[in-house]
Write a protein that binds this ligand. Structure first.
Ligand SMILES: Nc1nc2c(ncn2[C@@H]2O[C@H](COP(=O)(O)OP(=O)(O)OP(=O)(O)O)[C@@H](O)[C@H]2O)c(=O)[nH]1
Ligand SMILES: [Mg+2]
Length: 323
């Protein structure tokens, strides 16, 4: 072998060595993991994920049982990737839909790298919190976000924090207001610190992976929760059946609102269609704001007494339909 061939070989080996070093170093500097946001219904989990992402990922309402399925959002904190999972609130399930919702929330905890238990500071440690803690207490990265501290007097927080420490033994407790964006940033950095080293699991920029049709349905469902009172919204399903882009660039969105009986249909439509119009106008404005588009929203109310027992209605939302 001539001197020049040896030289070329040495150069090639060196280049390969540098290449692999760069890859290994790159992997060492990247961190990526799942953070499951769990807690009782109405604790402010969706408000929190929206605040973290700076946009509406998940719908919010003053009513309980708003979120029905797990929704993911990717947040970069420096080189660390956090994949937040907003989950349905925990409550005592009775219907098939309830069981699927609570089941989805618990599933999210099973492969999470960190669990963020959100507790409403106004309600404190309820029986729901106690039974949830029983299931997640052994997780090595269990954090607590004591939320809604803006609505509670400071002296009441100290004994509550002590009580939580004793019951949960969390990695850390954060006192936050998801609504007012208080304490959220500090909490994010603490969560980022426990993410495992490894390659990014998603593209390294802030994003959500909520399917478009589901997202559009959710925005309408949110308005139903807002404008229709009592129990009725829990018995309603919204499905985006079609989205067309018209020649003028406007989105034509066709949605079905499934209700369980004629009485419910009457309420949703309202006198002279006023209620449906209010829901539709608010939903259309929200769609336009969230997506920066012009849209026409076509809502149809249909009586489907059995919608809660049809597998497709679960699969559309990423829920498991249990026989
Ligand atoms: N005062 C106050 N209210 C809050 C805060 N965070 C959330 N809320 C309110 O609490 C209510 C419930 O908020 P959500 O974010 O829908 O609660 P959730 O935990 O996602 O509820 P589910 O999806 O039903 O499990 C809404 O009326 C929010 O505006 C907070 O930090 N302070
Ligand atoms: Mg929610």
């Amino acid at each position: 072998m001539s001197d020049s061939t040896i030289h070329v070989c040495v150069c090639k080996i060196f280049i390969h060595f540098c290449f692999w070093c760069a890859i290994v170093r790159g992997m060492e500097n990247t961190y990526s993991g799942f953070v499951a946001i769990v807690g009782p219904t109405n604790a402010g989990k969706s408000t929190l994920i929206n605040q973290i992402m700076g946009r509406k990922v998940s719908i919010v309402s003053h009513k309980v049982q708003t979120t029905r399925t797990n929704l993911r959002a990717v947040k970069m904190i420096g080189a660390r990737q956090l994949i937040f999972v907003d989950t349905p609130g925990i409550f005592r399930p009775s219907r098939r839909l309830d069981r699927a919702m609570v089941g989805a929330a618990m599933d999210a905890t099973s492969d999470a790298d960190a669990i963020l238990l959100v507790i409403d500071a106004q309600k404190g440690i309820t029986n729901t919190v106690r039974s949830l803690v029983e299931k997640i207490r052994d997780h090595k990265n269990l954090f607590v976000a004591l939320n809604k501290v803006d609505a509670v007097s400071k002296p009441d927080l100290l004994p509550l924090t002590a009580e939580i420490n004793e019951l949960v033994h969390p990695h850390d407790i954060f006192m936050i207001s998801a609504l007012k964006n208080d304490g959220v940033d500090e909490m994010l950095h603490a969560l980022a610190d426990v993410m495992p080293a490894g390659p990014y699991l998603f593209e390294p920029h802030d994003a959500t992976d909520v399917p478009d049709k589901l997202y559009l349905s959710e925005l309408t469902r949110e308005k139903i929760y807002k404008y229709i009172h009592q129990e009725l919204p829990y018995h309603i399903n919204v499905v985006t059946e079609r989205v067309d882009v018209a020649d003028d660039g406007v989105l034509d969105i066709y949605q079905k609102i499934a209700v369980q009986n004629d009485a419910h249909k009457k309420i949703v439509i309202g006198r002279g269609g006023a209620q449906l119009k209010q829901i539709g106008t608010a939903a259309r404005h929200d769609i336009q704001n969230q997506w920066g588009v012009n849209a026409r929203l076509h809502l149809f109310v249909r009586v489907e007494p059995n919608w809660e027992n049809i597998a497709e209605n679960y699969e559309d939302q990423g829920l498991e339909f249990k026989k």
